[in-house]
Design a protein around this ligand. Sequence first.
Ligand code: DOR
Ligand code: ZN
Length: 337
Amino acid sequence: MSLTLLNPLDMHLHLRDGEMLANIAKESAHTFCGALIMPNLVPPVSTKEEVIAYKQRIIAAIGDETFTPYMTLFFKPSYDKAFLTSIKDEITAIKLYPAGITTNSEGGVSGFDVEELRPALEAMSELGIPLCVHGETNGFVMDREAEFVNIYEKLAHAFPKLVIIMEHITTKESVAALDRFENLYATITVHHLLITLDDVAGGMLRPHLFCKPIAKRPEDKDALLDAVLSGHPKVMFGSDSAPHPKHAKESCGCAAGVFTAPLALQILAELFDKENAALEHLQAFISGNAQRIYKLNPPAKTVRLKKQSFHVPSDYKGVVPMYAGEEIAYTIEEVNS
Ligand code: DOR
Ligand code: ZN
């Protein structure tokens, strides 16, 4: 059996910089025609010059792959309308991190006072710049995302024309919030469709499955699966593929992040096949919904997958992927652009 996917988009991708960018960019981009690139470098991408220069470094690292890096800016409450107007054409979205919640987010937002955020968010709303949010409080780790739903609701209510994307959702509470506010959307990763906390820490600790937000309960995973497999029009694929060197994962202070980009489409094909889910829903999840929500017109790329066992490499230039050394059921047959 084979299946063909058109113009796959990854709406949440970490490509890093320097040596790591050079090592993983091509493999991360190969089966996608574009991706929303996260800005959490050190220092974070927060000026027009930095966005333009980072995009150029990405394009250089990707070489001859057909791939559009859709750039993001690291949110700061101090952004004003003049600045946002000047940068609008260089970016696709702005990414908001709560301060200190995850890798390289120290310069993020604390407190979530709507009035403090109002000038920047109103300007984004007027200019049509979507806001992507890492939605976790600093509460108990299993409750962080569910607690953040109140903040999503406050923002969605205060800025009804602002497109707000709840990034990498992991809970049934976030899935339910999608249907309460017209302007709330979400990305979902491939790993959160497949694992729960049990897979991460229920037996021997598996550092390569450790990420933020942490995988949750079976009922949360089921809610995510329901949304994706039933073709929910407000969810998009965003891998949150987040490479770290092997030594930073297999360490007593394990870095958060699962590296999935080179395998994401193969794993999704297997999942949809196993669940007997409609392929048109997979096509919408990996491209159609994102094109509509973000108003994108990506370059053409066709990916043909075949139901044939693929042995996942033990590492990609020192980065250990999900399912390293294991067999998965689908393989990439051909990529055309
Ligand atoms: O697991 C994660 N890794 N979650 C994030 O939010 C950031 C990411 C990273 O940059 O490593
Ligand atoms: Zn991320």
